[in-house]
Ligand binder design. Structure first.
Ligand SMILES: Cc1cc2nc3c(=O)[nH]c(=O)nc-3n(C[C@H](O)[C@H](O)[C@H](O)COP(=O)(O)OP(=O)(O)OC[C@H]3O[C@@H](n4cnc5c(N)ncnc54)[C@H](O)[C@@H]3O)c2cc1C
Length: 385
């Protein structure tokens, strides 16, 4: 089809990736972002080989490899005492790169002309229009041939156009995150596992280290006046460098979010007329496979390729939905199951994990991890011509 004009709602990783992919296939794109500035928060994230291929398809893969660092993840597993459960053989990390979120976001932002992004633009409603779809920003209405709603986990688009869909649900899982100013070798990264919580360490370039504490929580929204102190309390006595990381993190920059997903009620479709949901708006997922943003990147590439190869928007969006929904919902379910295990609180499960991990050689564990994730990591992007 002949490319037309598109509105992308949200300048997060998903929205920016969609803007890049659509522009590469000839679309005229306007990104609407409600925040005053299109920036990202101070935390980290990992990306797998599938996401890196999506970044390649967007033309920013080389830049991403420059700003990412090898991430060890489950290749280096420890107990809170510091005893190794598994240590990567010959320093071999998993095929993952760790990023400061702001770095990954920035390289996508740099690939979209500033004139195509309108900040301070909060979309309040969605309508059908003769051209395809329209969005309202208060009294102002903007029409387009296509609207891509990449407005995140609490998507206004999903609530408006899918009024019967339940909201993402809390499932007793909460996460604190921070970035410490500390120089750590990438091989010091990994995960420390306890009965109902874990601590993740991801060294980043420029003497920074991303850390996260994931834990079981009985009630949603429970917050402490001093979140940094709360993290210290929950990791008291845990091995080095955890105390040093917490010391090197400005207390006012400790983030605390509850995890919510749609695993209890996956959406029946990601498409409503000429509006396509993308990223967390369509499939909010637990962070445990490191795939939320990766799947948003894949969505963007597949959406643009479907539009390029179809006779009209509605055929393209039907293809997008058919291709993306099963994969993303399967990955979201797998991430939910993995997260459930991490925060289970079961002493028996913890003993089994410790025993089985120590029984396996590092090589066997790495190969089992790669086999278990092959269906996620092996994804190949369609060509964006
Ligand atoms: C603790 C944690 C760890 C994670 N770790 C990883 C990881 O290692 N790897 C990974 O791939 N993913 C990870 N994720 C998931 C990842 O953060 C998300 O999947 C990803 O950021 C989703 O991107 P998005 O663009 O869909 O949504 P968002 O990043 O939420 O962006 C949505 C954008 O839309 C804007 N917006 C919202 N409403 C409106 C509106 N009405 N009008 C205009 N603009 C609007 C927002 O301001 C925002 O800029 C993690 C998530 C968490 C919580």
């Amino acid at each position: 089809m002949t490319p037309g004009n598109a509105i992308v709602v949200g300048a997060g990783i998903g929205g920016l990736a969609a803007a890049i992919a659509l522009r590469r296939t000839g679309w005229d794109v306007t990104v609407l972002e409600r925040r005053a500035e299109a920036g990202e928060i101070g935390a980290g994230m990992s990306q797998g080989p599938n996401a890196l291929r999506a970044l390649d398809a967007l033309g920013v893969g080389d830049r991403a490899r420059e700003v990412g660092t090898p991430f060890y993840g489950t290749a280096n597993l420890r107990e809170p005492s510091g005893r190794d459960l598994n240590r990567a053989e010959s320093g071999q990390s998993l095929p993952l790169l760790g990023f400061h979120r702001a770095d990954l976001h920035r390289l996508l932002l740099d690939a979209v002309p500033a004139a195509a992004i309108r900040t301070g633009a909060a979309v309040t409603g969605y309508q059908t229009a003769p051209s395809g779809a329209a969005v309202s920003l208060g009294d102002e209405v903007l029409e387009a041939d296509l609207v891509v709603a990449a407005d995140g986990v609490h998507s206004t688009a999903r609530r408006t156009l899918w009024p019967d869909a339940p909201d993402p649900a809390f499932w007793h899982y909460t996460v604190w995150r921070g970035v410490a100013d500390l120089d750590l070798d990438p091989a010091a990264g990994g995960m420390t596992l306890a009965k109902d919580r874990y601590f993740l360490i991801m060294p980043l370039p420029e003497a920074r280290v991303y850390w996260a504490l994931g834990a079981r929580a009985e009630t949603a929204g429970e917050r402490s006046a001093d979140e940094a102190a709360e993290v210290r309390r929950r990791t008291a006595g845990w091995h080095d460098p955890i105390p040093a990381l917490l010391d090197a993190t400005p207390p006012d920059r400790v983030l605390h979010h509850d995890i919510a997903d749609l695993d209890h009620a996956p959406l029946p479709t990601y498409v409503h007329g000429s509006v396509a949901l993308l990223g967390d708006a369509a499939h909010p997922m637990s962070p445990d496979l490191g795939q939320g943003a990766g799947q948003a990147l894949e969505d963007a590439v597949v959406l643009a390729a479907a539009l390029a190869g179809a006779p009209d928007v509605s055929t393209a969006l039907a293809r997008y939905d058919a291709e993306r929904r099963p994969r993303t919902q399967w990955i979201a379910h797998a991430a939910h199951r993995k997260g459930t295990g991490y925060i289970s609180g079961s002493a028996a499960r913890q003993r089994m994990l410790v025993w089985s991990t120590r029984m396996l050689s590092a090589r066997t564990l790495a190969s089992l991890t790669a086999k278990g994730l092959a269906r996620v990591w092996d994804w190949e992007p369609p060509r964006l011509t």
